[in-house]
Write a protein that binds this ligand. Structure first.
Ligand code: SF4
Ligand code: SF4
Length: 367
């Protein structure tokens, strides 16, 4: 058995907006109708990032939903890390507008899904959770859970911890509240190597959660207060703060578990995934900058299966023409660039039963 993945190939010189229409017609079928509240989940991009999904593509999805008589809203959640411009609902709305996601431009409301404070959500148990994974439940942002249908628009790009970021990443991290994001990051752990530590105290100053304090010449971390935002790790020039050796593997397992909880939260309603393999950067849309482009633009995929669409995206990135300056070779270019294997979270998601990595690709004008 394989899942259907529909592909709009940008290399074939067809109109991309019509391609989005075609992909939606094929995958939505008759499942969105009059009066349905439809959450269109996007990543608004961090301030200074410019490779997030273009607002014009999101507008086209909004128009499609309105054409069906639905009531769309475009939505994202706040971030765990505090140093960007999307940490609070107010900041996230301002950044959305700054990056081109406004009600006026999109033709529908822009809503922060985990309002009022980044913790607004409903908790769902992860069925079949592995004993050694700390994520047993997922708290899914309330405006996403309460929608009648969800369309998840994911930018396919690299990610420091998961290798590739696509639909699974968007479900597990992008659709959840701050406490759920914390649980996933806590899985990668945080270690202080006191042999490398020079006792400068910069990590303590950088921690916005007061989770670090100097004890003598060493920083000590309060696990209860720590949000695993990793700001301290990026601050330390001496590389004295690291993840567990297998931290990225553990993170990906946790991510897949959180995604499984999100899928459960949305069960019984249509969930459509569109993956945009455009502007493929080594880092995610939370990064500013996210790095130079890795491949030529490929196209857009649509599916009802988050595992299949991510597996197909990974394969298409591997087949794409690589930009000069990059040396990674297939398989899993994005994983290699980020020193991990992207397949860890894809395989874990499949094990948890939220999709199949076997797919059949249908090429055409999205239809
Ligand atoms: S920033 Fe690094 S070197 Fe400085 S105190 Fe923190 S861990 Fe030690
Ligand atoms: S200790 Fe480090 S990871 Fe934990 S909250 Fe502070 S800065 Fe973030």
């Amino acid at each position: 058995m394989s899942s259907e993945v529909h592909f709009f190939d940008l290399g074939k010189w067809r109109n991309v907006l019509e391609g989005i229409d075609g992909l939606l017609k094929t995958t939505v079928g008759s499942d969105i109708g009059l009066g349905d509240r439809v959450a269109i989940k996007v990543h608004f991009g961090e301030r200074g990032n410019y490779t997030y999904i273009r607002p014009v593509f999101v507008r086209r999805v909004v128009d499609f939903v309105k054409g069906r008589g639905g009531l769309p809203f475009v939505t994202d959640t706040t971030t765990l890390y505090p140093e960007g411009f999307r940490t609070t609902v107010k900041d996230e709305l301002e950044t959305a507008r700054y990056n081109g996601f406004s009600e006026e431009g999109l033709g529908c409301p822009v809503v922060i899904a985990d309002e009022p404070d980044g913790y607004g959500g409903l908790e769902f148990r992860v069925d079949g959770a592995a004993e050694d994974c700390r994520v047993k439940t997922t708290k899914v942002a309330k405006h996403i859970v309460e929608a009648d249908a969800v369309i998840v628009l994911s930018h396919v790009k690299g990610h420091l911890l998961s290798g590739m970021g696509g639909a699974i990443k968007h479900l597990g991290m992008g659709c959840t509240t701050k406490d759920s994001k914390r649980e996933q990051h806590a899985a990668h752990g945080l270690l202080f190597n006191y042999e490398k530590c020079k006792g400068c105290g910069e990590c303590v100053e950088a921690c916005k959660f007061s989770a670090l304090e100097m004890q003598g010449e060493r920083p000590a971390r309060d696990e209860e207060k720590c949000m695993y935002c990793n700001t301290c790790m990026f601050t330390c020039d001496n590389k004295a703060i690291t993840l567990y050796e297998d931290g990225k593997d553990r993170f990906q397992e946790a991510l897949a578990h959180a995604a499984a909880g999100a899928v459960k939260a949305l069960s019984g309603r249509p969930v459509i995934y569109l993956n945009f393999i455009l502007d493929v950067t080594p880092l995610c849309d939370c990064a500013a900058p996210a790095g130079r482009l890795i491949t030529q633009n490929v196209g857009i995929l649509a599916s009802r299966d988050p595992v299949a669409i991510d597996r197909a995206s990974l394969d298409l990135v591997d087949k794409a023409a690589i930009m000069p300056g990059w040396e990674a070779t297939p398989p899993d270019i994005l994983g290699k660039i980020n020193r991990t294997r992207s397949t860890i979270h894809i395989e874990a998601a499949e094990r948890l039963g939220i999709g199949r990595s076997a797919y059949t690709i249908f090429e055409g004008n999205g239809e």
